[in-house]
Ligand binder design. Structure first.
Ligand code: NAD
Length: 478
């Protein structure tokens, strides 16, 4: 176990690294500064890239078993330090204990499971004439750029496949949630050779420098669609490989045959888990008109039982909004609903004198389909419920969005559930469940929710080049 004191340093070339400047990190439950972290400049980025390029020369040749052992060590380190990492995650991100445990223990599981994966080379031809083989070779140096909602798990989703395929990776956490990632870098300095896994921290411009850097071959990015477009533009200069996991406006469709009382808790958590700061939160809840009033009533009743507060308190179920700009953004959606006369079935009243960035669970009753709360991604605990009558119409409404990350369908009639689900244009469609992820299950967005995927062998492949070798066997005049 490492002492989790208040000192944070970057990890470059397997060693501690600081910076001239620092950035403050806040506890969102109190609004108070809890740490200062290095604010790296371009020189430090260059050092990290140079160390990664040096390390790549040998790491790419390391046998698969050695790379798997490195990744397993990272998983073990996470597990050994889980209690301290969980409490640090709650402090910097705001999420309550259960969510922190899910994320930290999930990260360890991901390391172990991805360590079992490998890409088998394809023998295309093996005749007396010729042998043709397509292999998967590593890309080089990967830049991992991470958001603030699941800082550790989403970093591991990039570190694990990068390392297994023989790449080196430099991870840049969000400036809002850098602490656990810096600690992870520090704890893992001896887990893999120096330069294979580095962590650097700084503001948004550090991310921008990474996307333009000549020495970085791929950007694995999770964040908003708007930033994803900047990343793509900036990466075009060097034709970097990209995986973009972006925003979502996930619909959930509720059929007429549900039991309102028993489904309400599931629908609630589908929307409000992690205080709705979740790419795959249900962000539009389409309920059949015949059960609409009942479902709304049960959701309101259930929501009133959920405890919102400081994630460090053991009985808290929903924490604060993670940062001040996001808090102000969520308040803007509440104001917009009020200005436009939408009916609040619950919530909407924010206490301006409260310490910390808390927004109450807010339910908006059947706002117009073209309202901002329906068409945009608020990324906070405010959910519109919408009525539907006709199946084709609700499918069209659910798909009428530039996003395509996730969707869900809920009902007892499994034929109808599957029929509707198969027509929803999203990377993951959950039927009668939600938020089931696996290291072996491809995850990614359609449309402006991004491209490429994470997890599974498809995700692993994103960290490789096709490398086709053809050998003419018959000797001839050369
Ligand atoms: P963001 O886009 O503001 O920031 C994400 C990361 O990009 C941060 O590390 C930030 O410092 C960096 N960044 C900012 N500007 C940059 C630039 N010009 N070039 C390079 N990097 C830059 O996103 P956020 O507010 O941290 O996260 C919330 C968003 O992330 C939501 O839209 C959410 O839906 C999305 N998200 C998507 C997934 C997914 O898997 N699809 C998962 C989680 C979150």
């Amino acid at each position: 176990m490492t002492d989790f004191n208040a000192k944070y340093s970057m990890t470059i070339a397997g060693r501690e690294a600081g910076a001239k400047g620092t950035l403050p990190v806040f506890n969102p439950a109190t609004g108070k500064i809890i740490a200062q972290v290095p604010d790296a400049d371009e020189l430090q980025l260059n050092e990290a890239v140079a160390a990664a390029r040096t390390a790549f020369a040998t790491w790419r040749l390391a046998p698969l078993a050695e790379r798997a052992a490195g990744l397993n060590r990272i998983g073990e380190i996470i597990e050994l330090n889980a209690p301290a990492l969980m409490s640090l995650l709650t402090q910097e991100q705001g999420k309550p204990r259960a969510g922190a445990e899910w994320e930290i223990m999930g990260s360890a599981i991901w390391c172990r499971e991805i360590a079992k994966q490998s890409l088998v080379e394809e023998v295309v031809e093996d005749s007396t004439e010729r042998r043709v083989v397509t292999r998967f070779s590593p890309l080089g140096v990967v830049g991992g750029i991470i958001p603030w909602n699941f800082p550790i798990l989403l970093a591991i989703w990039k570190i694990a496949p990068a390392l297994m395929t023989g790449n080196c990776i430099i991870v840049k956490p969000s400036p809002f949630t850098p602490l656990c990632t810096l600690k992870l870098g520090e704890l893992c300095r001896d887990a893999v050779p120096p330069g294979v896994f580095s962590v650097i921290t700084g503001g948004d411009e550090l991310g921008q420098w990474m996307t333009a850097h000549n020495g970085i071959d791929k950007i694995a990015f999770t964040g908003s669609t708007e930033t994803g477009k900047h990343v793509m533009r900036s990466a075009a200069g060097t034709l970097k490989r990209l995986t973009l996991e972006l925003g979502g406006n996930d619909p959930a469709i509720v059929l007429p045959d549900v039991d309102a009382k028993s489904i309400a808790p599931q629908l609630f958590w589908a929307a409000f888990q992690n205080s709705a700061q979740f790419c795959n939160s249900t962000k539009r809840l389409y309920v059949h008109e015949s059960v609409y009033d009942e479902v709304l009533g049960e959701l309101v009743a259930f929501a009133k039982t959920v405890k919102v507060g400081d994630g460090a308190q053991p009985d808290t179920q929903l924490g604060p909004i993670q940062n001040l700009p996001q808090y102000n953004k969520v308040l803007e959606y509440i104001d917009d609903c009020r200005r436009n006369g939408h009916r609040f079935a619950l919530g909407g009243d924010v206490d301006p004198r409260a310490t910390g960035w808390f927004v109450p669970v807010t339910l908006i009753d059947n706002p117009p389909e073209d309202s901002r709360i329906v068409t945009e991604e608020p990324f906070g605990p405010i959910l519109p419920l919408l009525k539907w009558r006709d199946e084709d119409d609700v499918i069209a409404r659910a798909n009428d969005t530039p996003y395509g990350l996730g969707a869900s369908v809920w009902g007892k009639d499994l034929t109808a559930v599957e029929r509707i689900g198969s027509q929803l244009d999203a990377g993951t469609v959950w039927l009668n469940e939600i938020h089931q992820y696996s290291p072996h299950q491809a995850f990614g967005g359609h449309k402006q929710s991004g491209f490429g995927c994470e997890n599974s062998l498809h995700g692993l492949m994103e960290y490789t080049n096709w490398h086709t070798i053809t050998l003419k066997k018959k000797a001839q005049a050369l």
